[in-house]
Design a protein around this ligand. Structure first.
Ligand SMILES: Nc1ncnc2c1ncn2[C@@H]1O[C@H](COP(=O)(O)OP(=O)(O)OP(=O)(O)O)[C@@H](O)[C@H]1O
Ligand SMILES: [Mg+2]
Length: 359
């Protein structure tokens, strides 16, 4: 909200619109602007004075849509009309908005309200992904149970068979069965692990978590990896399961270190841990006054586009030899703290953000 911008001329009547954070324009039925509120001025990056008297349609990516809407309003086809459109800012950036058109008090005036869509779209998308991920996890867990039961039997039978057969060639076959059964057992155990482990709750200091992860990763990648710490020391402790959060963070940092293979060879591989306090945030369909934000940022090649939307799903991997469980586990652990993990990745900068509510 921007104060201190004075409405001019006819605008005085609409001055109270300046107190709103949604974007508002009052236009005449020929489409010219009678008033633009302060939020709209800010969003478009232009002044009220420039807007007043001009055709408001010109502020949209597709000017004719507003014309059609106004014509509809003029012929009284509807009291209010809603549609989605792109506002064009002075720097040519497009801004998706939901447009609501309503008749004003006076005939010949229309009030156009525009609310930015980005946040809504993002929120809807996140909720949808979360629901999908939840359903997938359930399915995988049930499947893992089903696989686990006969696996013991298969392994046992192969062992008995191995004791009976004498030919070396045949023993090789039974060993393949035993070996593959063991591999599957490990996979199934990992799939089921987060749901079995007890939730040990204590006071957690996020910086201690980061330090532990840092030392583990540096032990594994002792050379060629620079880990930067950018901490907000004012972040309070919170109740949680320290080991789970270490594991979650470790999985994320591990991926980053693996993705940095070329940068490590080039000698400029970097991972940054950044902690911040977020205020008034909405995630998991809830509003939180305070939340902890932990970013793990790397300068690697970015998450492959082909799997970008699915990286938190079990068994999705873009890596040779990866099982695709690291992020699934991380997400489960963070969710057990009522938090979320988000990923924002472009080549050269991948940012995994963990958000956890603070008391
Ligand atoms: N920082 C990152 N940069 C680039 N790609 C990433 C990054 N983090 C994750 N990915 C991609 O997401 C995929 C899924 O990660 P996830 O940790 O779930 O599985 P994984 O690493 O393949 O196997 P696992 O962790 O189970 O051994 C990775 O294979 C990789 O392709
Ligand atoms: Mg991984």
């Amino acid at each position: 909200m921007v104060f201190g911008k004075k409405a001019t001329g006819a605008g005085l009547r609409f001055q109270s619109f300046d107190l709103l954070s949604t974007l508002i324009a009052v236009v005449s039925t020929n489409g010219s602007v009678l008033f633009a509120n302060a939020a709209l001025e800010d969003a478009l990056g232009t002044s009220r004075r420039t807007l007043e008297g001009s055709q408001f349609g010109a502020c949209f990516h597709e000017p004719h849509v507003l014309r059609t809407a106004i014509d509809g309003a003029r012929s009284n086809d509807f009291a209010t009309l809603r549609y989605e459109a792109f506002l064009r800012r002075v720097n040519h950036e497009l801004m998706p908005v939901q447009v609501t058109l309503a008749q004003g008090d006076k005939t010949g005036e229309l009030i156009i309200e525009m609310s930015p869509l980005e946040q809504q779209v993002r929120q809807d998308r996140e909720e949808r992904l979360l629901d999908q991920a939840q359903a997938n996890k359930e399915l995988i867990r049930n499947l893992a149970h089903e696989i686990k039961n006969p696996l013991g039997g298969i392994r046992g039978a192969a062992q008995l068979l191995q004791m009976e057969v004498e030919s070396r060639d045949l023993i090789e076959y039974t060993q393949v069965i035993i070996h593959e059964a063991d591999r599957l057992q490990t996979l199934v155990d990992r799939l089921l692990a987060p749901h079995r482990r007890p939730h040990v709750v204590g006071d957690v200091n996020i910086h201690e978590v980061c330090e532990r992860v840092r030392s583990v990763i540096l032990a594994e990648f002792p050379r060629d990896l620079h880990i930067e710490r950018d901490f907000d020391p004012s972040i309070p402790e919170f109740r949680g399961d320290r080991e789970q959060l270490i594991q979650a963070t470790l999985n994320i940092v591990h991926n980053a270190a693996q993705a940095l293979v070329e940068r490590r060879a080039a000698g400029d591989a970097q991972i940054t841990f950044r902690t911040r306090i977020a205020r008034q945030v909405i995630f998991n369909k809830q509003w939180y006054r305070l939340a902890l934000e932990l970013h793990v940022i790397d300068n690697g090649p970015g998450v492959p586009d082909t799997i970008k939307d699915r990286i938190f799903y079990p068994l999705v991997s873009g890596r040779e030899g990866g099982t695709g469980l690291g992020l699934t586990l991380a997400q489960t652990f963070v969710q057990q703290h009522h938090g979320v993990i988000e990923c924002d990745s472009v080549p050269g900068r991948t940012d995994f953000k963990i958000l956890i509510p603070l008391p």
